[in-house]
Design a protein around this ligand. Structure first.
Ligand code: SF4
Length: 461
């Protein structure tokens, strides 16, 4: 049985007779509901489960083929939980809680450096949560853990840190500058106070302007601003107003996110259903405005100036995000065939208990929760990581890696060019501008039945 949200995958025999009617029907299904799930990663964390017996990390990382690694640190604390947020984070501002957490992260780093020290890091990111909620001394510690314990070379690593308007200060930005941070990303979501309040993010525009002016003085190579469209009470006009306010600060990069709500987020899907869904109109307005301002579209969410980037000689790092070393509770780690993390939760009770276990742990040397990727899932992941970005899927990269062709393995992908949502040019399959706008429904359509089943069985505590 299929539901409108899960249109059927076609198979080889269907495609031999890929009629215009079938293609039209498939496209109608894909475009009927563009906002199904955000494939931030594949497989999603809700597809993870217990790994029994636990896998020794020393062996896992020893055999990881990636040439260089990506170091990620997760700081799972925020001042308050935003109404749309389903990330692993705990509203907790207590300094002693933060210090004990960084102590644990340091112990974890001491163990892990022995597992991952044989390859250099090309990228380093501190995310969350809100990393700059930490006091200055704890924030500084994160960089010394990265450099002194994990062996990170800040001269050849691209470094990114997430922040929020109310948590940045001169002292903290000095730390980021001293640590040669290349990219600072700030979640703003909206410049309209009533819209921020409606998502339980009581943020005054003046606070945002203060933060942006302060950030401007530091001139980081890349300033990224995050905005959300489809907020309660938002109109296309107020969305364009927020975009223009952001553009006034000439950020090198802008991420625009459609609003998603789930049963476990504070703002409920029923509340959102009461208002007209303007997300497609907002998205189209943003594409037009950002193009006029010289931004190139790299994905459904990411727009950036062509020249944006660091001057550092960064090592090559595949966009496939293999070799991701995730320190901290809630961080995911990716090797080519195993993805692992701590357990996932959203409620206060769940996040508190998972963080307490992390802080109390004596060792961090095995993976006991995650997923082993079959060859089929590795192939799907490879395709999804490439095709949902403007650089597209180089068909020879795929056959070079897997020894088979995309069309042999996933003939149903022929629906993309047949429907006009993608185009194959010079051996690269790329979404068209129209297709990029439907990235979320295309990504959702391509999830395997096995992974979908695991995700649907997952119950958030
Ligand atoms: S959206 Fe970001 S700032 Fe808001 S609660 Fe979630 S992690 Fe914290």
């Amino acid at each position: 049985m299929t539901s409108p949200l899960h249109p059927p995958l076609l198979h080889r025999e269907d495609l031999l007779s890929l009629s215009g009617e079938k293609v039209r029907q498939w496209k109608a299904d894909i475009t009927a509901s563009p906002y199904r799930s955000y494939l931030y990663s594949y497989p999603h964390k809700t597809a993870y489960g217990d790994l029994q017996p636990p896998l020794p990390l020393a062996e896992l990382w020893q055999s990881e083929p990636a040439e260089s690694f990506f170091l990620y640190m997760h700081i799972p604390f925020c001042g308050a939980r935003c109404g749309f947020c389903n990330l692993f984070t705990l509203p907790d501002k207590r300094a002693d809680v933060h210090t004990r957490y960084v102590d644990a992260l340091e112990r974890q780093a001491r163990e892990w450096s022995a597992f991952t020290g044989h390859k250099p890091f090309a990228r380093f990111a501190i995310g969350g949560g809100t990393p700059t909620l930490l006091a200055a001394d704890q924030l500084r510690r994160l960089f010394s853990i990265a450099v002194d314990i994990m062996g990170l070379d800040t001269g050849t690593t691209s470094i990114s840190v997430e922040t929020s308007p109310e948590t940045i200060s001169v002292e903290k930005l000095d730390i980021l500058k001293d640590a040669a941070v290349d990219r600072v990303s700030m979640g703003i979501q909206s410049f309209v106070a009533a819209e921020s309040a409606a998502i339980y993010r009581p943020q005054q525009p003046d606070e945002v302007y203060r933060a942006l002016e302060l950030l401007g003085r530091y001139d980081f190579p890349v300033l990224n601003l995050d905005l959300i469209y489809g907020l309660p009470g938002q109109t296309v006009e107020s969305w364009v107003y927020s975009l223009n306010r952001a553009l006034a600060y000439a950020p090198e990069e802008i991420f625009i996110y459609p609003l998603y709500t789930r049963e476990h987020t504070i703002v409920k899907p029923d509340t959102i259903r009461l208002q007209e869904d303007i997300r497609i109109e907002c998205y189209n307005a943003a594409c037009e405005l950002l193009e006029q301002h010289g931004y190139r579209q790299y994905s459904m969410r990411r727009f950036a100036k062509e020249a944006a980037g660091t001057d550092k000689p960064i090592l090559d790092y595949s966009c496939q995000e293999e070799g991701m070393v995730g320190l901290g509770c809630g961080a995911r780690s990716y090797t080519r065939n195993v993805h692992y993390a701590s357990r996932y939760g959203v409620s206060r009770k769940a996040t508190e208990s998972i963080i307490a276990d992390y802080v109390a742990a004596e060792h961090y040397d095995t993976a006991d929760y995650g997923i082993m990727l079959s060859l089929g899932e590795q192939k799907r992941r490879f395709i999804l990581k490439a095709i949902l970005h403007s650089e597209g899927l180089a068909l020879t990269d795929y056959s070079g890696r897997f020894g088979t062709t995309v069309w042999q393995d996933f003939p149903e992908l022929a629906l993309l060019p047949a429907s006009g949502l993608a185009r194959e040019t010079d051996g690269v399959l790329r979404l068209t501008p129209e297709g990029l706008g439907y990235s979320d429904s295309i990504g959702d359509w391509f999830i395997s039945g096995e992974i979908r089943g695991r995700m649907e069985r997952f119950v958030l505590p």
